[in-house]
Ligand binder design. Structure first.
Ligand code: COA
Length: 174
């Protein structure tokens, strides 16, 4: 199993997570967003040439007022850079085998690297109602963003994991 950035040559057509919108995104839009518009990067988990999972990330910023009180108190008053986890899905054939965890850990490592390279205060995800428990396992906490709320229905839950927690968990504190 390898996790790496999507390539133009990857066959995405067979991927099926059970969530139609996520599947459509990978089949139709992930490539053009990444290769033509540079809007974000999709990382794929590939086994024997087959995509079994993907995570799409893009930099975002959060208004300081959006963040939980405990985090907000320590930060300056201007928007903070964060890494957005825009999409995460695992193929039905590989669900409940730890692949979602591997992809999420990969994204948290990206955030730690982004923090060291250009700055990143944490990771934000708009969790689908059925996936809130998954993110909570990794320490993500719900918050109420003022700006940039997703207009997806049913309404997702915005969740946040600060970089200090990510670095502490990966032993990369410095
Ligand atoms: C949600 C999803 C990404 C999880 O990936 P996965 O590979 O199946 O999950 P893992 O095997 O890594 O599970 C890790 C842990 O999270 C738990 N978990 C998995 N999916 C969960 C969910 N939807 N809600 C709560 N807990 C969940 C597992 O039980 C496991 O717990 P354990 O460590 O105590 O055994 C995957 O099931 C999926 O693609 N679902 C459909 C699309 C979707 O909802 N994506 C999220 C969009 S925000």
């Amino acid at each position: 199993m390898e996790i790496r950035a999507l390539r133009r040559s990857d066959d995405r057509s067979a991927f099926q997570s059970g969530d139609e919108a996520l599947d459509r995104f990978l089949h139709r839009y992930a490539g053009q967003n990444q290769f033509r518009h540079y809007l974000g990067v999709t990382y794929v988990a590939v086994d024997a040439g087959r995509i079994l999972g993907f995570a799409t990330v893009a930099p975002r910023h959060l208004a300081i007022e959006d963040l939980p009180e405990r985090t907000r108190r320590k930060l300056p008053r201007y928007p903070v850079p964060v890494l957005g986890l825009a999409r995460l899905a695992v193929d039905r054939s590989a669900q409940s085998m730890g692949l979602g965890t591997q992809l999420l850990r990969f994204v948290l490592e990206l955030a730690a690297k982004m923090a060291d390279d250009v700055g990143c205060a944490g990771v934000v995800v708009d969790a689908k109602p059925g996936a809130v428990g998954f993110y909570a396992k990794f320490g993500f906490a719900p918050f109420e963003p003022i700006e940039g709320q997703s207009d997806a229905r049913p309404r997702p839950t915005a969740m946040w994991l600060p970089i200090q927690a990510i670095k502490a968990a990966s032993g990369r504190t410095r």
